[in-house]
Design a protein around this ligand. Structure first.
Ligand SMILES: C[S@@+](CC[C@H](N)C(=O)[O-])C[C@H]1O[C@@H](n2cnc3c(N)ncnc32)[C@H](O)[C@@H]1O
Length: 252
């Protein structure tokens, strides 16, 4: 559950009987425990200057000026929500192309922000006057170009570890792998370690030891020979990713 807090709350006219209502509660729910849902954790952290996004949001109520929809100079709707609130809700919990339902659409704030952010949307509104306002607002809303839509941080590539290249037959146990200038030649073992001279370990560890370094990226050090040509094992890994499979992205 998140709460959107209002820095400029509407005054409470039942003076002296209750606190001024300065926040609204958002219910963040899924159908059941097994349901898959989107939460763009990394995106929200970047959004918040690399600090984990908090559950209390300070967003002003819908201001006058450009955002407030008016008919003949008067508010078109008494409870129009601020676009900033929906921008954050939609960015945090959906992906471009997702479908967003607002069954109480009012002036269509949710739907307009959804359209701007490249989401699809369904709105329901019982009041015909509000419905017309909503339709006109949507007609005027221009989506952002697709190439600037967010979500890249959530697109974590699948990972193919060295052992998987052996399991899937891209490299065979007993094959040789070579350093770029062929100075070193290691044998690939059935358990995905490599052995070179007296050294045995992962592709990374053995390459680091050969170079006298603490660490080294073995993916860029070792090559296999294919039809007379040296092919980087990183290239084989890219092929394996393209062919499908790989470890699922790690959870946050
Ligand atoms: C709080 S307002 C929504 C305001 C909206 N978020 C906006 O920014 O303009 C709730 C809306 O739900 C509509 N509504 C209430 N009951 C409804 C129902 N049963 N079916 C469809 N719309 C309904 C009301 O007419 C009202 O416009």
């Amino acid at each position: 559950m998140l709460s959107g807090s209002r820095r400029t709350p509407t005054p409470n006219f039942r003076g002296g009987t209750r606190f001024n209502n300065a926040h609204e509660t958002l219910i963040w729910a899924a159908r059941d425990r097994e349901s898959r849902y989107t939460f763009n954790y990394r995106t929200m952290k970047a959004y918040n200057d690399d600090l984990q996004m908090r559950s209390d949001w300070h967003i002003p109520v819908c201001q006058g000026g450009k955002e407030r929809v008016r008919i003949g100079g008067r508010k078109a709707h008494p409870t129009q929500k601020p676009e900033a609130l929906l921008y954050r809700v939609i960015t945090s919990c959906t992906k471009p192309g997702d479908i967003i339902l607002d069954p109480f659409a009012g002036t269509g704030t949710t739907l307009a922000v959804a359209k701007r952010l490249g989401r699809r949307y369904i709105g329901i509104e019982k009041n015909e006057a509000y419905l017309r306002v909503c339709e006109e607002r949507l007609r005027r809303t221009v989506p952002y170009p697709e190439d600037i839509l967010p979500n890249r941080l959530e697109e974590r590539p699948r990972r193919v570890p060295f052992g998987e290249l052996i399991e899937r037959g891209y490299i065979l146990p007993g094959e040789f792998i070579y350093s770029p200038d062929r100075t070193y030649r290691a044998t690939v073992m059935a358990d995905a370690t490599v052995t070179c001279g007296g050294l045995t370990g992962s592709i990374h560890r053995v390459s680091a030891q050969l170079l006298g370094k603490d660490a080294n990226n073995g993916w860029h050090f070792w090559f296999v020979e294919r039809e007379g040509t040296m092919v980087s094992i990183d290239e084989l890994r890219q092929r394996a990713i393209r062919d499908g499979g790989g470890e699922p992205p790690q959870q946050a």
